[in-house]
Structure formats: C-alpha cells, structure tokens
Design a protein around this ligand. Structure first.
Ligand SMILES: Cc1cc2nc3c(=O)[nH]c(=O)nc-3n(C[C@H](O)[C@H](O)[C@H](O)COP(=O)(O)OP(=O)(O)OC[C@H]3O[C@@H](n4cnc5c(N)ncnc54)[C@H](O)[C@@H]3O)c2cc1C
Ligand code: FES
Ligand code: FES
Length: 1338
C-alpha cells in the first residue's frame, strides 16, 4: 500500500531527450511543463480545456507485452505530467526547424499559405504529424477528422486542408466524381477540371517527400526501462493534491476503499476541467492508468467486454474490428456506438478520454450513455465487497453527474452485446457544430420485433441533453410495444413523447423548444430507419415515400480543393520584383516550426510576477467593501491594488467620454475590473484573486437589452441620423410599404492568443519596457503614461506579433496594459498578465449585438423607393468606440444600393453588460445584414427572386452615396455580373427548385450578395503613417513602420514594397517588430488600412534612400547593391531614413450629413448555396463563389487568405456564434466548449475565389485595395441561402411570404423557422421570455 507524503520520480523523453522529474506536482500539466520548465514554447495555450488544439503534441507509448509502439495526439493542456512515466513526447520543435530542416508537414503548411497569425499552426502541424506517423497515405476524411479538434480563427482552414491534401494518395484529384478524378474521363465540370489543373497549392515536385524512416524513433532506453523496471506504486505530492498511481487492480481497490472520495484520474478530460475551471480541489487522486485489468478487451460469443480504462479511440478500434468480423445483424449496437464515437470531441480528446470516465462522469449529454442504455450494455463494478454486474439502464443514471456506482467502486469493464435477430439499434446526435462539440440532444434507440413480423416486442428510447441525466422515454415506449411499426403507432408515440419530455422554460442550456422537437425528430428518423430495415429483411413491404427519404440521408461532406483566379503581374515586371506575386507570410516558417515568439513566449525575467485581475460579480451595484485581509497572506501574494492606488489618470476616454480603468465606487457589469492581485506564480495570483471578498449593494435598475435601454433612455450620446430625399413622401407614393426587423447577436473575437503583456520597469528614470499584443502600441503607450503620471517618452511599447486580434486588441488592451504597468510600477518588478480564455471572453467585450428595424417602400417591379432604418446597438457598460461603430453602420447602410429616399438612425445603448468594442467590420456587418434582410423581405413580398430585386436596386454608373460622396460603380457591376456567371446561378436555381420539390426534409437555398465597402478612417487625422528604414553596411535592410502584424501579412507586404523600391531581393529586407521607440505617434492597425498607409510611408522612406544612392549608382552602374552600400557608407551618406504618409482628408459632417469619409470603395459579390436539414436545422455550404475587387493585389496569396478567413468568420457570425448571458447579466459562454467558432467541418465544400481583373485604384499603394474587413460580410450569403432553404421548407408547411429569421441562424432558429409538424407539436408556453435561461439579445 502506498505511503503518502512521498514523491517518486518520473522518466520520459521529450523530442529524444531524457527528462527526469522529481517532485512532480499533480496539478502540473504537460503544456506548462514544456513551456515553463523546458522552454519549449512552440505548443500554445489557447484555452486550457481541450477545446482548441493549440497545445497539441504527440505522445508515443511502448507496450512491453505486445512490443507495440503507439502514437497519438493529445491536448497537452489536459495531460498531467504525472501520467507521463515511460512516454516519449514529440513537440513541434522536435520534428523540424528553420535551422536544420523543415519536416514535410511544416513545409506544406508554409507553402500552402496555411498560417496567418500562426498561433494555431504548431497544433495543426502536430495533429497532422501524428496522423502521418500512423498513416503516411491518409485520405481526405482522415485529414478532416484529424484536424477536427484544432481551431483556427484566421485562415478559414481551406489552405491548411489543401496543403495537407498533398499527402493523400490522390492529392491531385478533385474528388468530384465518385469513381475518381474528374479528369479521368475528361467530362468533369469545368470548375473541377480547373481545380485539378491549376490550384494545387504548389506543384508536388516542389515538396519535400515524406520519408517515414527519417522520423524520431521511440527511445531504446525507454524500451529497456519499460521492459525491465519493476512496476511500483508512484506517489506524487503537490501543494494541494497527492497523486497515487497503483500498479495492480487489488491495490487500486484497497486505495479506493481507503479514499472513497478520491476520484480516479484517467484521461483527465472531466476532472481536469473541474479542477481548473470550477476550482474543485481533490486532496487525493488515484491514477489507474497502469492497472492492466482496466485495459483488457475480451471477445465472447455473446458480445465484447472492453476495459473501462480504454480510450475512446481504442474502443473505436475494437468496435470497428467487431463490425468487420461479425454480421451487420449482430453489430447493431457496435455500429450505433461507432457513429457516436466518431463525433465525440476532437481526436485529441478521444485519444485520452476513457470509456469508464465517460460513463462515470454521467454527463447529461454523454454521447455514449444513451446508446449503452438502449443497447442492453452492462458494466462490471468492483470494490472490496466484490464484483457486481449492473445494466447500464435507466436506473444506472440517477442525477446530474451521478450514477449508482458507490464511492468505493471501480468501473472495471463494459459489456457490449451482439444484437439479436429482428433487432435494430440506432444512435442520433445534434450539436451546435457538426464536429468537436458536445451534443445539444442525442439518443440511443432499439427495437426488437416479434419474429417474422413488424409487431414490436421490445423497444428502448433513451435521450441525452433533455434533463439532468440520461433519460428513458418510458411512457412513449409503452405506446409502441405490442403494436405494428407504422405511422399510426408512431403518431401516438410522438404525442406521448411531447408530454413526457418537458424541460421547463428556464432549463439550463435553453433552446427548450428545439431540444424537445429534436426528441421527436430523432424518433421519426428511427421510425424511417427501421421501416427501411424491415423492408430489407422482407418482414414488411412498407416503403418510405421517396421525398421522405431525405430525412435519413446525411448532408454532403466531401471538401474539394479551393480554386483561385487572379490577374498575374504585367509582362515586363522584373523577376526580382515581388509585388503582385504570391509570397508566403514572412513568418510562415516560424509559425510552422513553433519558433514564432508571441508575448507569453518571452522567457521569464528575473523576479517576474504575475497579475490576476478581480472583477465584479454583479451587473449593477455599489461597492461597499473590498476585504483583502484574508488574501494578503496567501502563498506568493506580493501586492493587491484597486483604483485608489492609481497615481495618474484613473480614466480613459476613447470618444470623449471618460471610463474608469478600475471600478471605484460602483460596478456596472459582471466582469468589470475592480483591481489586481500580484503574486509569484500565475496560480497563486489566480487563487488569491478568487479568494477576495467584495461586498456589494445591488442597484435595482439594471438594463440588459436594447429594448430596456430604449424604455429607460439609456444611451451614449450622440445619437446619429442621416437622410437623403423625402422618405415620408416616397412611402406615400410607393406601391407597397413593409415593416420588419432583424436581431443580430454579438460575436466574440476569439483571437487564439488571449490578451497578453509583460511590463518591465527599467529601474531608472521611470522607464518602462512593455511587450504586448496590441493593434495600437501608441495608444497603449499613452494610456500607460497617463495612468502612471509619467511622460510618454519613458514608455517603450514593443509588438512582435499578435496571435490574432480582429479589433479586440485596441482599446481594451490599452486598459489592461495600464493595469499591468500599475502593478509593475508598484512592485518595481516585471509583471506579466495573460488572460485565461474565460477571463478574456468575460472582460474584453465583443461585437455589438444590434436590433435593426425598418420600414421600406417599393414598387411592384422591385424598385425600392424609400427606406427608414433604425439601428439599436448594445454598447454595454462603457462607451468605448461604440458611437463610432454606429456612425459606420449609418455610413454603410446603403451597401450597394441606390435607395433614393433613405433615412437611418443609430443609437449606442448603454446597458449593464460588458462593454463592446471594435470587431472586424466595425458595425458594417450588422448594418448591411439589416439592409439585405429588408431587401429579402421585399423580394418575398413580391414573390421575386432576391437577386432580381438586388440587381434592380444596385448603384449604376457614377453615383452619389447617401452622404453625397461620388463614386464609380462600374467594378461593383463587374463583380456582380461575374459572380452570377461564374456561379452559374440561373441554372443552379432550376436544380435547386427540383431538389426542393423532391425532398421533404432537406432543402437547398442559394443567395447572391453584393458589397460596397469604404476603406480608410472617417476621422481625418487617423489617415497617416510613418516608417523608419535602415540599410546596414552588409546591404541588409531593416524596416520599421507603424503597423502591427496580427496575421494579416502586413510585414510581408511591407517587405515587398521595400524590395521593389530599393530594387533589392526580398531576402535582404527584414521587418522585426513594431515599436513606439522606432516609429512614434502611430495610428491603429485597423480599418483594413494598415498596408495602404504604412506601405506608403515605407515607400517614401525607401525612395529617399534610393535617391541618396543615385550618385553612387550612376558612378558604378554595374556595381552590386552591396558595393553601393559600402561606398555610400564610406562617402558618409546616411543609410537611414524616415518616411511619412499624409493620407486623404477624410471627414463626415454629421450636421450637413455629407462628407468623404472613405478614400475609396472595395467591391465584391458572393454566391453561396446550402443544403439544410429541416429536422435539425443543420446545414452545409455546398459551394461558394466569391468575386472581389481588390485593385491590383500586392500579394494574392495573402489577400486570398484574408478573403477566406474573413468569409468564414462571417459565416460564424451569421450562422453559429452565440454569446449567451444569464438573466442577471453573467456571460455563460466563456470558452470553446460553449462558444462555437467555425471549425474545419464548416467550410464550403467547394470554395472558388476570383480577384477582379483590370481594376485600378489611384488612392492606395500600387493600385491595391484594403482587404482585411470587407469579405466578412459576404459570409451573409450563407445566411441568406439558409433563409431561402427555410423558406422552401415553410412552403411545404403552407407558409409563404416574409418571416422572422434572426442572426446567428443557429440550428435551433433554423429548425424552428422551418415550422415542421414536429416543432408545431411543442406547446407555446415553453417560449415564455420572462422565464428563459438566457437573455434574448440584443
Ligand atoms: C473538449 C472536450 C470535448 C468533449 N466532447 C464530448 C462529446 O462530444 N461527447 C461526449 O460524450 N463526451 C465529450 N467529452 C467528455 C469526455 O468524453 C469525458 O470527459 C471523458 O470520457 C471522461 O473520461 P476521462 O478518462 O477523461 O475521465 P477523467 O476526467 O479522468 O475522470 C472523470 C470521472 O470519471 C471517474 N472515473 C474514471 N474512470 C473510472 C473508473 N474506471 N471507475 C470509476 N470511476 C472512474 C473519475 O473518478 C472521475 O470522477 C468531451 C470532453 C472535452 C474536454
Ligand atoms: S490549450 Fe489545450 S486545447 Fe486549447
Ligand atoms: S493562423 Fe490559425 S489562429 Fe491565426
């Protein structure tokens, strides 16, 4: 029996190097060990909860009995170091580097332009690397599944998939024809042929070959150790927990008897989250990962017995073998389980999460438990008292996270029986995202017929996600038993089920009506599946009508290679000149090798401390007291501070209205920062901040929604209005007038790198060095200086790169940096702040949720003659930049349409929710959606095709916007026409109509959406930039400019500019960082304006330098660049120059309602087609064709990357991403577990991008156009295609004309809007708003 208070040692290998750890702390995860102890910073911390894959590494294990080595990917953030004895770990650093050789898996993501900010890239690389170690020639399905657990917020996944497609045996194949490549018979569709011929990311011959013999071998020393060492019980004693790892079942039983409350730790995918996010402390934990009996698999004649310790991936393998060796009739349960297993978490989760853990965790929406229960499976339990086998049925699961397993019992194995003759088993599941998402509702169902008949002998129907635990629909099955399997029986069953599954309006998780309707839909699907089955068995001749078959057919799933078309460079352009060519992101190799340094990768400095902020738990309250007494003496605590400790300005002002940096007397939202705790470690700071006691006096007048704000006149001034024409008169003269509205939820930035910063006091003259991840270093510098009451010339902000930003690292970062600087100022030590994902989501705000209401007047032919539109945005508790956001909404409310009489009003509502902020598009994605929805309503009212109404109202020729800015709309038309042609819209409409007629439960829709987007800052002074260019004696060039690199490739484009202007190869030009010391007084990198402005400034500096060199060049025209530079130095010519760009005098005069707020417009059009499942609301984007006018692209690789990434972010905004707040203003969605951004499974199956040719732009560098933001809105083409599919479903239900359809069009909204017979069965009272679990925003 193990002794306590003793720490053993662990031996494992990392990248071929032996590591011995004494005194391992059970709370230390592999990720922090790699990053902290070994300095391997390649693996990233994106969420800490297994939800993002940024921390993926490969673990290899050797089994001394079978002599088999297994490789599997894991999330290192959830892998306890104590689990690692005997393992070999491979991280991104271990497979290749820029100094030695890139691994093919790194090289291909580089060459495919598969990284932007690069924060997700090491995780992607390691997931793919692990797949290739196990399967050097994978299929596309393998790749899709492997990357399913890795999130990327920048790229939109297509380039990553296309890069890795090259590892497939058939990588050159478009995979369009089921039988093979479209080229094989030469008759494939034109687009696909082009895909095959042109759009492999690179020619195969240029890739390094994958040579499995060159991989790191499993360390022989570990093999020897594992074969010879005596297995002894390991004990590890940490600060708060003791880890005991026995080696025999008997010992585990004894330990469990002694410590019944101690959990058994296996995959740590459940306990790990409890410890980390719920603050649960287990003084003792028992690791059973070395107890062999838990991993045994025994095949018996009546079924298979699988050890409870087997990982879900192992279980999958075992079941697959059973399915291939037994008949389909015998493996009904196996097949149903396999179906669920393929969708449990991501691959990294399935590789560690165990069977026993899943059952014992008894999550209400466990995917396996309903199938176990329906499938007559049982579990073997063992304790000191002996063994007992219990069925995994309805009596096993007794409450939330509770089963009948006694505290001292261990789950030893699970028995999965073979199914009997005349038995059918199926599983169903719906989740907010197709992959890597916990189920909303799932089900396991089984029916056994009286032999040779269709009369039901036994039936089980179990659901997950409709109550605290796995639920058995007992009353419903009573309706079915003994009756024939037909529609009459099922009609009775549905009615009973509606009464049986009641959730209550306030049920946790919300979506009550949808969840209840899913239970009906799953039963309906089961009915159809069984009808098919018994017909195949010749038991019944009942047949499913062909249009009903669509209920059981899966949505299409084959992702084809992306196709891109863009104009090439002009014929005479020198080969050395990189402008206009596809150039990889300058940091792509660093991203892929894990060498790229992000803020939190900067090594710890001497005496460094960590900051944790403490925040309000009330939406609106007075702060009565902050009790720090119990916290000061907590381990490691160095300092605690609040607003009163700020030596300088206590407020920041972004639009002329002050907002507190730290709340002093009153809090106005949950998550508002009140103060900070500084401690020696992150954990100590976090624990101390959590232990602080704050006494509040609640104030009763909280405002959460825009409607409440309107009622209480709660706004941030000024309210804005814009008008042209005579709207009132035009309404009187219109053929029709229609009033409608659309609600848009917010959107979390979800940059993969959370807010991070390090402030180092220099120790003299009040100087501060600040390393941080911000889009606006100059604003941060100013904020810190003002907060500390020191001049700006003492604060030096450095930004190497950002792991994504999207507008979220502007204002909020400057406040966080001010607080961190305050901590460093007070302690006189370096202080680091890296927000946890949940804190980041809680504190830093999001895109503004918006309510758009409109009145529109139009003629019979679809001409819109008048529109009056109101935008109410939920700004949250502080003004931030909200008024600027609503202004931009008004300036873009016309989108691409010439509405002669147009009025817009916009208000930023002050509410008690966290303050919202800039987000890619800055209000435009909201306002344009409102306008497009209005047009959609017009088309529906007139029964016209949407695109006809859109086309009719497009700007034509030289036009004036509603703020009287003149522009030429020719390129808008060209984009529209080309998109219509390239997407073959007219023909496809016919196909869609046919499809919709033939399918009752699947519907298709298509939408073509235009865009006109203004580039530049409407605030004139922001249109400026500066640069500093040095040429060194060896001829190398260092460029500094004001733009920050956040993945958008600005540094790469700047390199291209410098290369062209100085006429030197790209390789001589380097951009290292953005620093307020090199280039002062910069403007934010935002508004898609970074390259426009900074490119011009760099060009200016380079031209100055090139001119200075002119005499030397003339003297020695055949000299090399290096000769000239050396000569210039000897001639005492300065090789350093600043550059400046004074941009356009942009303005908008709100009094006169006119101006020129933008330098120019970018135009585009996008056509998307979706297929939607009416029963679940799930959809796939079948195809997207996007034509965009980007002027003359400086770098098509980067610009296409921006287009794809923004488009997918738009798809997320409009169809998936949902921020949920409790009715007391608490944000529920605080991580990838609850907040779903698009994953690999969400990209269009076919994605074609065309850059408009013959486009010129005199207003930006080299005739290019900004691209970061505009295409986000084009993601709405998917929203409107979906809306059209819903409309087709509604027609089947007898409903015509406009209908409410809000954004995001999540599955629940889509399904309910379809108004099927199933949703109609759910009683109305379930939708009582006053009782809902979450606020209905905006
Ligand atoms: C990102 C993520 C995504 C996920 N997605 C899904 C999903 O889509 N579908 C789904 O069903 N689940 C999902 N899960 C849940 C996951 O399947 C479970 O957390 C997992 O199966 C638990 O197994 P584990 O080995 O990690 O358990 P641990 O976390 O190690 O332990 C969990 C609990 O089980 C108990 N336990 C473990 N083994 C035994 C045993 N042999 N005897 C007695 N008690 C035992 C422990 O005492 C502990 O209380 C997801 C989890 C994460 C983190
Ligand atoms: S950091 Fe490990 S999965 Fe997100
Ligand atoms: S490149 Fe994937 S998150 Fe930025």
């Amino acid at each position: 029996m193990a002794e306590l208070h003793r720490s053993d040692s662990l031996t494992f290998f990392v990248n071929g190097k032996k590591i011995t750890v004494k005194d391992a702390d059970p709370e230390t995860m592999l990720l922090s060990f790699l990053r902290g102890k070994l300095g391997l910073k390649g693996s990233k911390y994106g969420c800490g909860g297994g939800g993002c894959g940024a921390c993926t590494v490969m673990i290899s294990r050797y089994d001394p009995l079978t002599k088999i080595i297994q490789h599997f990917s894991v999330n290192s953030c959830l892998m306890p170091v104590c689990h690692l004895h005997g393992a070999a770990i491979t991280t991104v650093e271990g497979i290749g580097s820029s100094k030695t050789r890139l691994h093919p898996v790194q090289e291909r993501i580089v060459k495919a332009n598969g990284s932007q900010c690069g924060f997700c890239t090491p995780g992607m690389v390691m997931s793919m690397y692990t797949l290739l170690r196990n399967k050097p020639k994978p299929t596309m399905d393998d790749i899709r599944e492997t990357l399913g657990g890795n999130l990327c917020r920048c790229t939109g996944y297509r380039p990553i998939l296309d890069g890795y497609r090259t590892f497939c045996e058939s990588e050159n194949c478009c995979q369009v024809n089921d039988t093979g490549c479209c080229l094989s018979d030469g008759e494939g569709p034109l687009e696909s042929i082009k895909n095959c011929q042109l759009e492999q990311p690179n020619n195969k011959v240029e890739f390094l070959p994958l040579d499995p013999t060159q991989e790191l071998i499993f360390p022989p020393e570990l093999i020897r150790m594992l074969e010879t060492e005596e297995k002894i019980t390991e004990t590890f004693q940490g600060e708060r927990m003791t880890w005991i790892s026995p080696v025999s079942l008997n010992e585990l039983i004894q330990l469990k008897a002694k410590y019944p409350q101690a959990p058994i730790i296996m995959g740590n995918t459940n306990i790990g989250l409890d410890i980390k996010f719920k603050g649960i402390v287990h003084p003792i934990i028992l690791s059973a990962s070395r107890v062999e009996e838990l991993f045994k698999v025994t095949h018996k004649p009546d079924g298979v017995c699988i050890g409870a310790g087997c990982s879900l991936s192992t279980v999958r393998g075992v079941l697959e073998k059973c399915v291939s060796s037994l008949s389909a009739e015998q493996t009904q349960v196996h097949t149903a389980l396999l179906q669920q297993l393929s969708q449990v978490g991501g691959e990294q989760i399935r590789n560690v999460a165990t069977l026993g853990g899943n059952i014992a965790s008894a999550a209400p929406n466990s995917d396996l438990n309903p199938v176990f229960a329906a499938g007559r499976c049982s579990v073997l339990l063992i304790s000191k008292e002996g063994r007992r086998e219990v069925p995994l049925d309805k009596d096993f699961f007794v409450g939330f996270g509770k089963t009948i397993v006694k505290p001292d019992e261990i789950l030893l194995s699970v028995f999965i029986p073979i199914s009997r003759k005349d038995e059918v088993v199926r599983a169903y599941r719906h989740a907010p995202r197709k992959e890597n998402a916990l189920a909303t509702v799932n089900a396991g169902m089984r029916v056994l017929f009286v032999e040779g008949s269709n009369v039901v002998k036994e039936i089980s129907v179990f659901y997950g996600g409709v109550g605290p635990c796995t639920f058995s629909a007992d009353k419903t099955i009573q309706q079915i038993i003994g009756r024939p399997w037909n529609e009459v029986t099922m009609s009775d069953a549905y009615r009973t089920l509606v009464d049986e599954v009641t959730l209550g309006a306030s049920a946790p998780g919300g979506k009550v009506m949808f969840r209840r309707s899913l239970t009906l839909c799953f039963l309906f699907r089961f009915y159809l599946h069984v009808v098919q089955h018994i017909k195949d068995m010749n038991v019944s001749d009942g047949e499913i009508p062909s249009e009903e078959l669509s209920a059981v057919e899966p949505l299409p799933n084959t992702i084809q290679p992306g196709y891109h078309e863009f104009p090439g460079v002009s014929e005479g352009q020198s080969m050395q000149d990189p402008v206009g060519r596809k150039v990889h992101h300058q940091s792509a190799v660093s991203h892929a090798t894990g060498e790229a340094v992000y803020c939190d990768d900067i090594p710890q400095t001497q005496g460094e401390l960590f900051l944790s902020v403490f925040t309000s738990s009330r939406a609106h309250a007075k702060i009565i007291d902050i009790d720090v007494s119990g916290v000061r003496n907590m381990p490691g605590v160095v300092d605690i501070f609040t607003a009163k400790d700020i030596p300088g300005k206590k407020v920041r002002s972004f639009i002329g209205i002050d907002e507190e940096i730290l709340a002093e007397n009153e809090v106005t939202c949950v998550g508002q920062m009140i103060g900070g705790v500084v401690a020696d470690t992150k954990l100590h700071a976090k624990l101390a901040a959590a232990a602080l006691k704050i006494k509040y006096e609640d104030l009763q007048d909280s405002v959460f929604t825009v409607e409440e704000a309107m009622e209480k006149h709660s706004f941030f001034p000024p309210q804005r209005q814009i008008q042209r024409g005579d709207v009132t008169k035009a309404f009187q003269e219109a053929d029709h007038v229609y009033e409608g509205e659309i609600r848009l939820g917010g959107q979390e930035h979800f940059y993969m790198e959370t807010q991070s910063m390090l402030v180092i006091p220099i120790g003299e003259e009040k100087e501060m060095k600040v390393y941080l991840s911000t889009q606006h270093p100059a604003m941060t510098q100013e904020a810190i200086a003002e907060t500390l009451g020191i001049p700006s010339n003492r604060v030096y902000c450095h930004v190497k790169r950002l792991g994504g930003a999207f507008g979220g690292k502007l204002t909020k970062t400057s406040i966080l940096a001010s607080i961190t600087a305050l901590a460093a100022w007070r302690t006189e030590r370096p202080v680091r702040l890296v927000l946890e994902r949940g804190e980041d989501m809680l504190i830093t705000g999001a895109r503004h949720p918006t309510l758009g209401t409109y009145k529109v007047g139009f003629m019979k032919d679809g001409r819109i003659t008048a529109a009056d539109v109101h935008f109410l945005t939920n700004a949250g508790n502080t003004p931030d930049e909200s008024v600027l956001v609503v202004e931009k909404m008004l300036l873009h409310m016309d989108n691409a349409y010439n509405i002669p009489n147009l009025r817009g009003q916009a208000v930023a509502c002050k509410t008690n929710l966290p303050s919202n902020t800039a987000f890619r598009g800055f209000g435009v994605p909201q306002s344009m959606l409102v306008i497009e929805n209005m047009i959609n309503d017009v088309a529906m009212t007139l029964k016209l095709m949407d695109e006809k109404v859109r086309e009719k109202n497009l700007y034509k020729g030289i036009c004036l916007t509603h703020y009287k800015m003149e522009f030429d709309s020719e390129n808008l038309h060209r984009c529209w026409t080309q998109c219509k042609e390239k997407s073959d819209l007219d023909h496809r409409r016919l196909d869609i109509a046919r499809f919709n007629e033939q399918n009752r439960w699947k519907k298709r829709g298509i939408a073509l959406i235009p865009i006109k987007y203004g580039l530049g800052f409407a605030e004139g002074f922001l249109n400026q930039a500066a640069a500093l260019v040095h040429i060194y004696k060896d001829g190398s060039v260092l460029v500094s400019h004001g733009g920050t690199e956040m993945g958008q490739g600005i540094h790469t484009k700047i390199q291209q500019v410098a290369s062209r202007e100085l006429n030197v190869p790209l390789s001589l030009v380097h951009v290292s960082e953005t620093s307020t010391s090199s280039v002062p007084n910069t403007t934010p990198t935002a508004a898609s304006f970074g390259t426009d402005a900074n490119g011009m400034a760099v060009r200016n500096a380079c031209q100055t330098l090139y001119k200075r060199l002119e005499p030397i060049r003339k003297q020695n025209p055949n000299g090399t660049w290096e000769n000239w530079i050396s000569k210039a130095f000897l001639d005492r010519i300065s090789l350093s120059a600043t550059g400046f760009y004074r941009g356009h005098d942009l303005y908008i005069d709100w009094e006169k309602q006119e101006g020129r707020p933008y330098a120019y417009f970018a135009y585009g059009a996008c056509c998307s087609e979706v297929e939607m499942d009416c029963l679940t609301g799930e959809y796939r984007t079948l195809r997207t064709d996007l034509v965009f006018d980007i002027g003359k692209s400086i770098n098509p690789a980067i610009d296409i990357g921006q287009i794809e990434g923004a488009f997918i972010q738009g798809v997320g905004l409009y169809t998936m991403e949902e921020l949920k707040f409790s009715r007391s203003g608490v944000l529920y969605t605080r991580g990838p577990g609850q907040y779903k951004i698009p994953a690999v499974c969400d990209i269009p199956l076919q994605f074609n991008i065309y850059l408009l040719d013959e486009s010129h732009n005199p207003h930006a560098i080299y005739s290019s156009k900004g691209i970061g933001e505009p295409t986000l809105f084009l993601g709405s083409s998917v929203f409107f295609a979906l809306k059209e599919a819903v409309s087709a479903a509604r027609k089947d239900a007898g409903l015509f004309g406009p209908f409410p359809f809000n954004s995001p069009a999540t599955s629940d909204r889509t399904c309910i809007a379809c108004n099927t017979q199933f949703t109609q069965m759910i009683p109305e009272e379930e939708t009582d708003k006053s009782k809902l679990w979450a606020l209905e925003l905006p």
